[in-house]
Design a protein around this ligand. Structure first.
Ligand SMILES: Cc1ncc(COP(=O)(O)O)c(C=O)c1O
Length: 470
């Protein structure tokens, strides 16, 4: 069995149970995993349907140009359909979108114009306005406008809704999704509610978008509009595809909650998904926990996961980006100094001189239960002695006990300042001796830190709750 075109692989994506994240809930919680589509997102569904609808309406002739304003995923869906059908694509997008998304569009042969994010939608520089202008200027072109184009909602009414109904044998009781154009939530909800009016539909909105307040208070509040980082969801406009009458409740989620839940889905459920998936799951779990009393054991909740983690490798899955945006608590500012303070008071280093006998060094190390020792001459660290070095030498030459330490000592242990951060210390400890010397600021007075000192200090910090990565 094969498919005649990649377009025939769109849809019929799997439903996967969330086992860990929803463990505390009495009902079954499933995720509709849309990264299984050929363009990696739910938007492949509307790419095909909007183009076919434009063809049916005679809005585009063979060889024409598809124009769209897209955060990336719709562009990929359109580009795939355009390749199969022989159209050129020009997309406008915003400078907020991940570079990976723009790269995907270009890889699929599309031309991409990046426009500023923080301008009004009717500003001539906005990605909506630029798309409209291009459609006016280019002959045989069509601006598909996923926001107001009814074939967006229709694709979900005809496919996403029926799939969920069939995949759950009609047992679905709740559908929870984020909204951008509103096509997914509205089309799916319409189909599901026609089949069972009792199904509850919950929208999830990022802070900074207008949907939440519009739903609860019926007002379009300009003060609610501010920049946020979660891509593809929330709006500063009210798209025609967003049908609030089909939604029973709206919750909202911060960028930080969305980003952290995105990572948890990858690590705890093995679902390597995008930011708006983390947002949807975070909002869904919040809503389900708030409504726990109303949930029954045989309830089946479906949460929409629109796209793949590959689109966010340079953002949500990059520690530095996460930390720079405050989405990941910085590692605690712990230095070598704090490790020293956690040890028993006697920190004076046990050392020997290069002219001392190997035998005396062995005795000193055994007596004090240490496995390495710095070799110091006139206040200078000139070498180190480790158990392994001594052992190797004694095996080769059993009478080496009488020799001076200088003949077998290795390179000096690295000397680090008290202010060194622990994340840098482990690199030093990986080296041969597995220990460092700390310069205690007093002439010729060093302290040694070994791997086991570091492990016991970290374990103690963990117990005291000071190691708080989110
Ligand atoms: C990543 C992502 N998630 C969710 C959505 C929202 O879907 P819809 O536009 O159908 O409301 C989009 C839409 O752009 C998206 O790109």
């Amino acid at each position: 069995m094969w498919h005649e075109s990649v377009l025939d692989t769109i849809g019929d994506t799997p439903l996967v149970q969330l086992n860990r994240l929803a463990e505390d809930l009495p009902c079954t919680v499933l995720a509709k995993v849309e990264f299984f589509n050929p363009g990696g997102s739910v938007k492949d569904r509307i790419g095909r349907s909007m183009i076919e609808d434009a063809e049916e309406k005679g809005l585009i002739e063979p060889g024409g140009t598809i124009i769209e304003g897209t955060s990336g995923n719709t562009g990929a869906g359109l580009a795939i359909a355009a390749i199969a059908k022989g159209y050129r694509c020009i997309f406008t997008t915003t400078d907020k979108q991940s570079q990976e998304k723009v790269d995907v569009l270009r890889a699929l042969g599309a031309e991409v114009l990046v426009c500023p994010t923080n301008v009004e939608p009717d500003d001539p520089r906005s990605y909506y306005s630029v798309a409209r202008r291009l459609a006016d200027e280019i002959p045989n072109s069509v601006y598909l406008n996923q926001y107001d184009n009814p074939s967006n909602t229709q694709a979900h009414y005809e496919h996403t809704g029926p799939e969920l109904w069939e995949e759950t044998d009609g047992r679905i009781t709740h559908f929870i999704a984020g909204a951008g154009t509103g096509g997914t939530i509205s089309g799916t909800a319409k189909y599901l509610k026609e089949h069972n009016p009792g199904i509850r539909v919950v929208g999830v909105d990022p802070y900074g978008s207008v949907f939440y307040t519009y739903f609860h208070e019926g007002v379009f509040d300009e003060d609610e509009i501010y920049p946020y980082f979660t891509e593809g969801v929330g709006e500063d406009i009210l798209p025609e595809n967003m049908d609030f009458d089909l939604v029973d409740d709206f919750v909202r989620v911060t960028d930080k909650e969305a980003m952290q839940m995105t990572r948890r889905l990858a690590r705890e459920e093995g679902l390597f998904i995008g930011q708006s998936c983390g947002m949807a799951v975070s909002g869904a779990l919040q809503w389900l926990r708030d409504h726990r009393e109303e949930l029954a054991e045989d309830d089946v909740v479906v949460i929409m996961l629109p796209d793949s983690g590959f689109r966010y490798l340079s953002k949500t899955y990059n520690d530095e980006w996460m930390r720079n945006h405050g989405f990941l608590e910085s590692k605690p500012d712990v230095t070598v100094d704090e490790v020293l303070k956690m040890r028993p008071q006697d920190q004076s280093v046990i050392a020997m001189g290069p002219e001392d006998a190997v035998g005396d060094a062995i005795e000193r190390m055994t007596e004090r239960g240490i496995s390495q020792m710095p070799i110091i001459e006139n206040g200078e660290v000139v070498g180190s002695l480790t158990e392994t070095r001594i052992l190797n030498r004694l095996i080769e030459q059993p009478d080496a006990r009488e020799e001076p330490v200088r003949s077998i000592m290795g390179d000096p242990l690295p000397v680090v300042p008290r202010s060194l951060h622990l994340e840098h210390l482990s690199g030093y400890l990986e080296r041969d001796a597995g220990a460092v010397l700390v310069d205690t600021d007093q002439h010729a007075n060093y302290a040694v830190i070994t791997k086991s000192d570091l492990i016991s200090a970290l374990a103690r910090m963990g117990r005291n709750g000071s190691n708080g990565e989110g």
